[in-house]
Design a protein around this ligand. Structure first.
Ligand code: AMP
Length: 432
């Protein structure tokens, strides 16, 4: 199948060709025809599958087919994303694919001044990409008009719920016109997601690519067993020895991300951290530096890394295993993308044995584990619960409790242990 078979407009095909894409990915091949038919859709697709183009291309086509007078430009498509990074990336995709079309788009998220956004909204746009918190700020101030929305996209719905945005989403939905097309994307399906889909979607077409909760075939996954306190040294050695030039490393906590970054810098490996306590400017800079290979290692917490789009990332390291098994799938989804092979390596200490079992159960596969000479785990060390456990990069005492730098209003979710230090309520949208 080619993009031409999908009946896309010449101007979209030209933008696709400019990007160098020749063949639609499975989610694009499946989703685009349904969306063009005007159907609501529930798509099970994670980042890396090409899902953004999967909804952006037909959306642009739909909006172009019915043009509106420029003098009365109103928001006709609303795309909600859980994080600022994802919002920025989706906005970038809208610009890239829509570059030959006369549509205007804008992105709004927290952590940056609201006034330029108000001016942008006042000047009139067709497509708005937003995170829930800042969108509700604009709704509250009466600076955004959603009365003409024809297409509503909820991207990474599962992560939205994880981050505690459900009430915000429901509030936004009540403001939208009743008659509209709804597209919902989620990498995983929980009962909460199904409930949301049932209330949001009407007779949805269902699209499922890469079976749920299975990890990419293109990713080589393995485990190195090592004591917590020796993980930093081992990671430094692996990066140096194998001359890895672009490594995304996950920690469970923001503090852990900072500590590891400092350690790597100290031993001469360029590294930057990306997490919710960093300013938007710092996060954007870290990501840009990483993308243009000015830093070799990007150390990230799960939510901060969510949706980061970096082509063909060769190495992902789980410095600490996530306490939610699904996050493992999201993390390793950062590598082995769009047909390129990748390696996902997990450094696992005795405290994390249960997390590892949970992950293996979820992906239905036993991960190969090995021991590196000189870094053999000390058999006398007994497992401790993570909340009180020995600190890896996170340092002791940062695995539990509610430290990690003052997430405003950040109530821990029931599903996650509080060591995650990631946001729960919409206030935190301004931080993430
Ligand atoms: P996404 O899942 O939307 O984050 O996209 C993952 C990556 O795949 C992005 O870097 C896209 O630029 C890239 N991509 C999207 N569609 C295609 C395609 N048809 N062929 C090759 N790469 C693509």
């Amino acid at each position: 199948m080619t993009f031409t078979d999908l009946n896309l407009h010449a101007s979209l095909l030209k933008a696709i060709t400019d990007q160098g894409y020749t063949t639609p990915t499975p989610v694009q091949a499946q989703a685009i025809p349904f969306i063009l038919e005007g159907r609501d859709m529930l798509a099970g697709a994670q980042t890396g599958t090409g899902k953004t183009a999967g909804f952006t291309l037909p959306l642009l086509q739909i909006l172009t087919e019915k043009t509106m007078p420029k003098s009365n430009r109103k928001i006709r498509a609303l795309i909600l994303t859980p994080t600022r990074e994802l919002a920025a990336q989706v906005a970038e995709s809208v610009k890239i694919y829509g570059k030959y079309l006369p549509l205007k788009s804008a992105v709004i998220f927290g952590g940056v001044g609201i006034n330029p956004q108000i001016t942008m909204l006042r000047n009139g746009i067709d497509i708005l990409i937003a995170t829930p918190g800042r969108l509700l700020d604009h709704i509250g101030q009466g600076t955004v008009d959603l009365s003409a929305v024809e297409v509503f996209v909820l991207d990474e719905a599962d992560r939205m719920l994880d981050m505690g945005f459900i009430r915000d989403i429901r509030r936004v939905i009540t403001i939208l016109p009743k008659h509209r097309q709804n597209l919902m994307f989620s990498a995983t399906y929980s009962d909460e997601i199904k409930t949301l889909a049932n209330t949001l979607l009407r007779n949805p077409a269902e699209v499922e690519v890469a079976r749920r909760n299975t990890s990419s075939e293109l990713v080589t996954q393995s485990v190195i067993l090592v004591d917590c306190k020796r993980k930093s040294a081992l990671l430094g050695e692996l990066i140096a020895k194998h001359k890895w030039e672009q490594v995304l490393v996950f920690t469970r906590t923001k503090h852990g991300a900072n500590k590891l970054t400092e350690y790597l810098q100290k031993i001469g490996i360029t590294a930057a951290a990306i997490h919710g306590n960093k300013s938007q400017a710092a996060r954007t800079k870290a990501l840009d530096d990483f993308k243009r290979s000015a830093v070799r290692v990007l150390v990230a917490t799960d939510i901060a890394a969510r949706g980061i789009d970096i082509d063909a990332l060769p190495h992902v390291v789980n410095f600490e295993l996530p306490n939610i098994a699904e996050d493992y799938v999201h993390r390793i989804g950062r590598t082995g993308r769009a047909g390129c092979e990748g390696e996902a390596l997990s450094l696992v200490c005795v405290d994390e044995a249960d997390y590892l079992r949970g992950i293996e159960k979820l992906i239905n596969k036993k991960l190969d584990s090995r021991i590196i000479e000189g870094y053999e785990p000390d058999p006398t060390i007994k497992a401790e619960p993570i909340q009180r456990g020995r600190g890896g990069a996170g340092g002791s005492g940062n695995r539990g409790g509610n430290g990690g730098g003052g997430d405003r209003g950040g109530k821990p979710t029931q599903k996650r242990d509080s060591g995650r230090h990631e946001p729960k309520r919409r206030d935190n949208d301004r931080r993430h």
